[in-house]
Design a protein around this ligand. Structure first.
Ligand SMILES: NC(=O)c1ccc[n+]([C@@H]2O[C@H](COP(=O)([O-])OP(=O)(O)OC[C@H]3O[C@@H](n4cnc5c(N)ncnc54)[C@H](OP(=O)(O)O)[C@@H]3O)[C@@H](O)[C@H]2O)c1
Length: 248
């Protein structure tokens, strides 16, 4: 394991596009076996085929992270197929921002279910394996919105603040089990994320911001690889990065 990535088994939720897909590509290129979860299984399969064609090892599992049993099945499949699980990246998320007064309560529920409960289900699925292995690495994806709140982002920011709180609590609790924890908070990265916004005014503002400053998704992939690639006694707990041109 010269680069500390080669040979590791990495589970990624939300691997069908954006940040998760970019992380899968880079980690596979560096020798990891990747286990890809999301709902759009045909996109996962196309990615797995691409990685396999380059000599990578990839397993695809249709996964809705709002369903605890499906997240457990995803992580268990990694262990069944590859013998262990070294890293779980709880990345799946959505960002349908709107003003609270618009009362898009179904979207609030959805963000809580995917962005918070989905992360918790990933932690629940990973911990028993990692405790038994006496090692592992859980990487949770927060956001600049896990540090700052603005009009229209109250619920999304609340979910991303929750991810940071969970990650800090997890960090303290899993020390005795030799498990590493990292929370990564990206700024604007060019993905499909703004497509989840249904409020026309907010969508226009966010799309303009992304058009002006967003950086490619391999920025996130490199941050993930940096955290994983550290020697096992080095635990990178937090990474916050933005496009150089992003003020917010
Ligand atoms: N892009 C940014 O600027 C940015 C900044 C900060 C944080 N983030 C965070 O980064 C993470 C990834 O987002 P992205 O930017 O890569 O957006 P994206 O391109 O829209 O990707 C979102 C991913 O999440 C998956 N997903 C959504 N709901 C799911 C569910 N119920 N079950 C399983 N998978 C689900 C999607 O897959 P399916 O639809 O196929 O299920 C997709 O693979 C999110 O947590 C987001 O909040 C992004």
């Amino acid at each position: 394991m010269g680069n500390h990535i080669e040979g590791k088994v990495v589970v990624i939720t939300g691997a069908s596009s954006g940040l998760g897909e970019a992380a899968a590509r880079l980690l596979s290129a560096q020798g990891a076996a990747v286990v890809l979860g999301a709902r759009r299984v045909e996109r996962l399969q196309a990615l797995a085929d691409e990685l396999a064609a380059k000599g990578g090892r990839a397993l695809v599992m249709e996964t809705d992270v709002t369903d605890r049993a499906q997240v457990k099945r995803l992580v268990d499949a990694a262990v069944e197929q590859f013998g262990r699980v070294d890293v779980v990246i709880n990345n799946a998320g959505l960002m349908p921002q709107s003003l609270l007064e618009a009362l898009k309560v179904d979207e609030w529920d959805r963000m809580i279910d995917v962005n918070i409960k989905g992360v918790l289900y990933g932690i629940a699925a990973a911990l028993p394996h990692m405790q038994r292995q006496r090692g592992g690495h859980i990487i949770n994806v927060s956001s600049v919105a896990g540090h700052k709140v603005g009009p229209g982002s109250a619920v999304y920011a609340a979910t991303k603040h929750a991810v940071r709180a969970l990650s800090e609590g997890l960090r303290q609790e899993v020390k005795p089990h030799n498990i590493r924890t990292t929370v990564i908070s990206p700024g604007a990265v060019a993905t499909e994320l703004p497509n989840t916004i249904t409020d026309a005014g907010v969508a226009a503002r966010v799309n303009q911001l992304y058009a002006d400053v967003a950086i490619p998704a391999d920025s996130f992939a490199r941050a993930v690889a940096f955290a994983i690639a550290q020697p096992e006694d080095v635990d990178i707990n937090e990474i916050l990065f933005r496009p150089t041109r992003q003020e917010y």
